[in-house]
Design a protein around this ligand. Structure first.
Ligand code: ZN
Length: 259
């Protein structure tokens, strides 16, 4: 089983999630954009890299892969379409993997990139999601390759998971995302309460992650494209009544891109 999950900070605001096995010294990491902090973490904790999980092809998610692979020869899971060098097991929608006794279902979640996948464990009481740059705490990834309709569908897959699912995304963007959320959904009381909690964590230099699906449904404007207040704020801003959640999402995303 997975004993614990820790963030290994990388670059300026990435987290490489480190999953410790309970009955061995084995370690799995998610999206190692840089090898050096992973190696230092393994040495400090006496661990051996056995598995790597990749969500998509961006360099800040795969940059350390070759070095880790040649040094430790882990099993490397990842998506197929972009031909990432070093993946040993290509995964697709509907596949599942067993990691330290937990079953993770593979979800294809295009939008940020076309190859993006997420790893979802829905075991009761231990539900967890590794979703890369698709769903962020209080935000979502930019649309580098996909369309708004694709991203709305991908986010719908994630937001329909068990509300207790812990959400492990890859960046500490939460405070900036909450600032935007407050502009788009300012009268949301759950959101205002969340802002003061997350600001407290950052003042103590703690990660704001993991989040939960329940918290994201209550406070993430990109999951609230059918909420009447979010719709009204988009209508206010654009001067036009949006026609459905995909239009609301597209308007939110382009607003956030310039925010
Ligand atoms: Zn990315």
């Amino acid at each position: 089983m997975i004993k614990s999950i820790h963030p290994i900070p990388a670059f300026t605001d990435n987290y490489i999630w480190a999953l410790h096995a309970s009955d061995s010294k084995q370690l799995a990491v998610v999206d190692p954009g840089d090898a050096a902090p992973v190696v230092a973490y393994m040495q400090a904790n006496g661990l051996q890299l056995s598995h790597v999980l990749i969500t998509h092809h961006h360099p800040d998610h795969i940059g350390g892969l070759q070095q880790l692979k040649s040094a430790y020869d882990p099993v490397v899971y990842g998506p197929e379409p972009s031909g990432i060098a070093g993946i040993t097991d290509f995964l697709h929608e509907g596949d599942s993997i067993n990691l330290f006794g937990h079953v993770f279902d593979i979800l294809e979640v295009p939008g940020h990139t076309l190859d993006h996948i997420a790893y979802s464990c829905q075991q009761a009481g231990q539900a967890m999601l590794f979703c890369g740059d698709t769903l962020f705490a209080a935000g979502c990834g930019r649309l580098f390759e996909g369309t708004p309709a694709m991203m709305v569908e991908s986010l719908a897959k994630l937001s329909s998971l068990d509300p207790a699912t812990r959400v492990y995304c890859t960046h500490e963007y939460t405070l900036a995302n909450l600032k935007f959320a407050s502009a788009a959904d300012g009268t949301n009381e759950d959101l205002q309460r969340r802002i003061s909690r997350e600001e407290d964590k950052r003042r103590q230099d703690l990660p704001t992650l993991p989040s939960t699906i329940e918290l994201e449904l209550a406070t993430n404007p990109f999951l609230r494209c059918s909420d009447s207040k979010v719709v009204a704020s988009i209508a206010d801003r654009t001067g036009m009544e949006p026609d459905g959640p995909v239009e609301v999402f597209a308007a939110l995303r382009s607003w956030k891109d310039k925010f």
